[in-house]
Design a protein around this ligand. Structure first.
Ligand code: HEC
Length: 279
């Protein structure tokens, strides 16, 4: 008997067996599916959080050896990686976006920072960093007020970055190195600086003084163009302050956006009305 004449009946028998034993599409079964050709679904392997009989501590998930750097994530620039200079002091200036490796402009960078701050920091530090987030309200002790003028003056960019990367005070605030990439940590740092540069100063100078004569005055924008601060501009500045950055340099003297949930349309209208009377 030739080989091919042997294979034909075998294949036919295989298909018949598969047809008899398998379910038709849509059927539900509690049985383990039949694997004619066993694939990686059913190979022996450890699943996340499962027990290991191999390692002494019984843990399948292993801690990386100290100093392990994931492929492609080594950063030679110590300022970018640690927020420190060569002498080991916290840097007082933000690294450039190019050094950080952020592909985008300052507006995009701050928006990224705002977005990550809202997720990782707001629960404790509150919407504008005043230390009054929901977790602080529930009794988490000692949450720092980041926009307190004294704290804002004390914290350098390197220190804020380090607080995010390494945590603070032996884990009283835990570290966020796993959920925030190097670029994201700097973006959050920039956003915290933005909050501080806007709100910490306001504590010193009453808002009304700095807002006096804003209405209908000429404002200079980051791109060098000018704009008249009419009512529409003021309302846009409250709703979406980063839309037109009236800035130069690293930190815009802008402010945090106040969405409708924070300030209602009627309140915005009131604000712009009261700005008119300040003229
Ligand atoms: C679980 C609550 C919690 C979260 C979430 C949290 N923090 Fe904190 N943070 C604290 C507490 C508590 C302190 C005060 C620690 C201390 O001094 O004992 C603190 C202090 C700080 C400080 C001050 C450090 C100093 O040297 O004074 C900075 C800066 C800071 N946090 C930034 C952040 C940023 C940015 C995020 C988001 C990535 C964040 N925190 C998320 C609780 C939190």
């Amino acid at each position: 008997m030739s080989l091919s004449s042997l294979i034909k009946p075998l294949v036919a028998a295989g298909i018949t067996a598969a047809a008899i034993t398998s379910c038709k599409p849509g059927d539900v079964s509690r049985q383990t599916p039949i694997h004619i050709n066993p694939n990686m679904d059913s190979q022996e392997k450890y699943k996340a959080q499962s027990e290991s009989k191999f390692f002494e501590d019984g843990r399948t998930m292993r801690t990386p050896v100290a100093g392990t750097v994931a492929h492609g994530s080594f950063i030679a620039d110590i300022t970018v990686a640690e927020g420190k200079d060569a002498a080991g002091n916290f840097v007082k200036e933000m690294p450039s976006l190019a050094a950080i490796g952020f592909k985008g402009d300052m507006k995009a960078f701050l928006e990224r920072g705002q977005n990550r701050f809202a997720i990782s920091c707001v629960p404790c530090h509150g919407a504008v960093g005043a230390g009054n987030g929901i977790i602080a309200q529930k009794g988490y002790p000692g949450v720092a007020n980041l926009i307190d003028p004294v704290t804002a003056a004390r914290l350098s960019p390197g220190q804020i970055y380090s607080a995010i990367k390494n945590g603070v005070n032996n884990g009283n605030m835990r570290k966020f190195d796993a959920e925030l990439s190097v670029s994201d940590r700097w973006a959050v740092t920039a956003y915290v600086r933005l909050l501080q540069s806007t709100l910490a100063k306001k504590v010193e100078a009453p808002a009304s003084a700095s807002l006096k004569r804003v209405m209908d005055s000429k404002r200079k924008l980051a791109d060098g163009s000018g704009v008249v601060a009419d009512e529409a501009y003021i309302i846009e500045s409250i709703r979406n302050p980063m839309a037109e950055l009236a800035i130069g340099g690293m930190m815009p003297s802008g402010m945090t956006p106040f969405p409708e949930a924070a300030i209602s349309n009627a309140q915005v209208k009131d604000l712009s009305e009261s700005l008119k009377t300040l003229k």
